[in-house]
Design a protein around this ligand. Sequence first.
Ligand SMILES: [Zn+2]
Length: 505
Amino acid sequence: MRLLIAMMKHETNTFSPVPTPLARFGHGPGPLYGEAAIAAYRGTGSGLGAYLDLAAREGAELVLPIAAGAPPSRPVEDAAFEHIAGIICEAVAKGGFDGIMLDLHGAMVTESLEDGEGELLRRIRAIDPATPIAVAYDMHANLYDAMIENATVVSGYRTYPHIDIYDTAKRAGEILLKTMRGEVRPVMAWGNVPMLPHVMRQGSDDHPNKELQARVAAMSGPGAQGGALCASLFTGFPHADIANAGLSAVVVTDGDRALAERLRDELLNQAWSDREDFVYRLEPLEESLARAKALGSEARPAEPGGGPIVLLDHYDNCASGGTMDTTTVLAAILREGLDNVAAFAIYDPDAVSQAIAAGVGKSVSLSIGGKLKVPAIPGDSRPLAITGTVKTISNGRFRNKGPMGRGVLTDMGPSVVIDTGKVEIALISRHVEPSDLNCLLALGIDPMQKRYVMLKSRIHWRAGMGQMAKAVVECAGMGVCTSDYNQLAFKNVRRPIYPLDLPNR
Ligand SMILES: [Zn+2]
């Protein structure tokens, strides 16, 4: 057996000012290729890790031409897409494969295309119309016809935070192997409904996505509720001004199209009837901080976790395309005098260099953040003047502790911690969302010892730190992940769409 395995992942925020050249893909300057990619992902809790395990189990020969994944940002530069898709298609063209296993995101927009994954699959099918293809997609995929029609089996994450990346690829890969052995004949039905679920309301531990994902799991489980080979409900990525942004579903059955369509419609109807519960309700920043202050001053807060009060600077989440350099929430924390705080993080390579030049233990005055303009939203992102001691200097590299992406090498670039006395501020040089506990531990910050931890995150922080948090306060700051959709000029998304246009019932 001979398998082709590849990864191309990017979640595109069309409102983001952060560029997406080829160099953004990978753990260093660009993607990994061949043996280097295999070495980086074998044994990890990633999609590629699952495909590599399946190949090993089957004793398959494998070709892994490229592993390219970049943190979310603006549309992918055409040259970067052509390079990645070109490498994969070149490998396909050499032929001789029994199966193709792809680890894709599903919300890639390029400078020229709304649907990067669909175009990749179309090109593969044009070269090789026959070899079965399995695709693992992120729950934030925005589905297009070509992403389904040109694949044999498609599977999406069932958790957000995404702690089932490995399981999703394994599920897709297992169905592909059964298809290759002639045991099943997958047919797929997909569809969408005109709604943009808010990312802050998409967590799979919360209503309504919790119930939707439970139904998804039951559809392919044993017994009367089942019948599908696999089902997926994609909450979608709303910060993409493209026709098909939003919620969609795909169901795979063994040769039974009517069943696939019926189960798909059931998922879409359930999501549509829950649409009001996917809307996020805003709280002004002053109120959030006052609440945080009150929580922090309670002598014995009887809350679960026993760890810090988490302050979520969720408007500027780099894993949704944020610049990670807006300072509104951090400035308010300093102004309000909150004590024993760790803040992760401000993206500012220049400030990092200045702190490194000063050295550990030295006092520095820095102007941090506010350097990347965000034209898609009103107002100016301003730099913040801070003075403090350089507490930590790090190369910013760590392996994920998990459960999300366990074992995968993460690179924050050169990183420092500045201690202002009350607040320890992490400054980093590459965009990394704090989804893993090791992002703080690698910088010498133990969140269990902090009264507050400010995180630029929306839902993924729960993977690493959700269990330890005493309380969570969502802080509306500034950034391209604004919860106020009225600030974003949607032009291309299909209309009408809820909640932009359609009133509640
Ligand atoms: Zn996602």
